[in-house]
Design a protein around this ligand. Structure first.
Ligand SMILES: [Ca+2]
Ligand SMILES: [Ca+2]
Length: 142
């Protein structure tokens, strides 16, 4: 949770456009916990996700039109990805046009970032063995 500046906004303030508009957006970051059993957990515009036991599916969805409006979002965080059980889906519409998801393994080898262009969509603890082929890309998660 935090306050985000809205960048790129233009406000009419006379002929002097050097004064930054005083606009803020409050974003609420959810914490999602699956617990026992096989869960589908979807983060919309960033959330903290823990699947717990079972074969969990983690959905990543970012509304790219919100980026276009200048909003920024923290990457989704998956705290307990288990490659033997769990899977990841990224809403196709969350990818920047013309890009495919890229995997960047963390320096300490304990996880990875899933990128679209130079934007981190998700940080996946335990995802260091992921490949692009492991990530499902449905046209919509809803
Ligand atoms: Ca679970
Ligand atoms: Ca699990």
């Amino acid at each position: 949770m935090g306050l985000k500046d809205v960048t790129g906004a233009r406000c009419g303030n006379g002929e002097d456009d050097t004064q930054a508009p005083n606009v803020e957006q409050t974003t609420h970051r959810d914490t999602l916990y699956g617990g026992y059993g096989d869960d589908l957990i979807t983060a919309l515009n960033g959330a903290d996700m823990t699947g717990g036991a079972g074969e969990d599916t983690f959905g990543i969805d970012v509304l790219t039109r919100d980026w276009a409006y200048g909003f920024e979002f923290e990457a989704a965080l998956n705290t307990d990805f288990d490659p033997d059980e769990d899977s990841i889906l990224i809403d196709e519409g969350s990818l920047l046009p013309g890009t495919t998801p890229q995997i960047v393994v963390w320096d300490d080898g304990t996880g990875c970032d899933i990128m679209t262009g130079d934007i981190v969509l998700a940080r996946v603890t335990g995802g260091q063995g992921l490949t692009t082929a492991d990530i499902g890309r449905p046209p919509s998660l809803y």
